[in-house]
Design a protein around this ligand. Structure first.
Ligand code: AMP
Length: 326
């Protein structure tokens, strides 16, 4: 089944002269790595094709991988194939003109709640979207070409979205696919230094933020990066968002959440869990995502309390009916 879809996608790539690749808003390593990696594969294999990365936002954290293209006029899309990567639903597509393309292909590893596109290839068990792109490359490796830059982009997506290959979604195949990329000679030291190193000022914020973490009765750890904290430490959107990782390793906290005030008054929720599935919590607050990594949007501080109550109850039930959790 998936071979048929992959063949169809390859034929579409061959058919079109102009290909525009897009991704989700608030980009992460997987969607940036996936779009840049796929572009590299297409361009290396078919140098005569015109391939563009068009989106409306940007990641400072991942700027070391290089930039994307500017937006084009509407007419530019009429004869283009648009490929959208790593984006579950239309509202989260960063390129708002994606639908002007002659045909749209969706390739994703999120649960397919809101399908879109003329062709759709979704494998929600994959630890990253980049894993799918490497699988695509290997399926047609007699035909497609992968260079060191492409391998570096795709490895960035694999390593970041899998929590450095620690998540439960990581399989033997994940590691074999990653191995294919390493065979291209990726500079691991350079890549991991770029992913890991932090500004000194950021450490000062982190020290403060760690002290603000709270834990509910049954163990849900949470942090609220409100406007005041953002102003005090001059935080970018990405700085604030990264606070979810501060709550990650607290014993007994199998669910952890970051609430981040948005400029428009809404509150972004980043929800993570181990062992317990939590995407239903995200879905009941206008969001969604993976079983153990999802998001939501809230419109008042009251809703923070409501969401915490739901998460706390869920963790209570889990702990009451399971053994062996940490
Ligand atoms: P994040 O915390 O933003 O890294 O999101 C974790 C996962 O949940 C990502 O794979 C997103 O695709 C998904 N997600 C985050 N926010 C939302 C939302 N509001 N609606 C649907 N999915 C979301």
């Amino acid at each position: 089944m998936s071979l048929e879809i992959k063949k169809t996608i390859l034929n579409k790539i061959k058919e079109y002269q102009k290909i525009i690749i897009s991704r989700h808003v608030r980009p992460d390593g997987d969607c940036i790595g996936g779009t840049k990696g796929l572009k590299e594969i297409i361009q290396e294999t078919y140098p005569e094709k015109d391939v563009y990365l068009v989106n409306s936002d940007y990641s400072e954290y991942l700027a070391f991988l290089g930039g994307e293209d500017e937006q084009f006029e509407d007419e530019f899309y009429a004869d283009a194939l648009v490929i959208v990567l790593d984006t579950a639903s239309v509202d989260r597509i960063s390129n708002k003109k994606f639908n002007l393309g002659k045909e749209v292909i969706k390739i994703d590893h999120h649960i397919d709640i809101k399908p879109y596109g003329d062709i759709s290839w979704v494998e929600d068990w994959r630890s990253s979207l980049c894993e799918m792109i490497v699988d695509f490359y290997l399926t047609f490796k007699d035909e497609l070409k992968l260079n060191k830059d492409g391998a570096t982009y795709l490895y960035t997506g694999m390593v970041t979205d899998s929590g450095r290959f620690r998540h439960a979604t990581v399989t033997g195949e994940t590691m074999r696919l990653a191995g294919t990329l390493l065979d291209q000679g990726i500079n691991m030291d350079w890549l991991h230094s770029n992913l890991k190193m932090e500004e000194y000022d950021y450490l000062i914020f982190k020290a403060h933020a760690l002290q603000s973490i709270k834990i509910t009765e049954n163990g849900v750890a949470y942090i609220h990066v409100d406007k005041a904290m953002q102003e005090r430490f001059n935080l970018s959107r990405e700085d604030s968002s990264a606070s979810i990782s501060f709550c990650e390793n607290i014993k007994g906290s199998l669910i952890w959440i970051a609430f981040i005030d948005n400029a428009d008054g809404s509150i972004r929720v980043r929800l993570r869990s181990r062992f317990v599935t939590c995407n239903d919590i995200g879905e009941s607050f206008r969001g969604g995502g993976h079983e153990c990594a999802c998001g939501a949007t809230l419109y008042s501080y009251d809703e923070i309390d409501k969401l915490l109550a739901v998460a706390d109850e869920k963790l209570k039930e889990y702990k009451g009916s399971h053994e062996g959790w940490l």
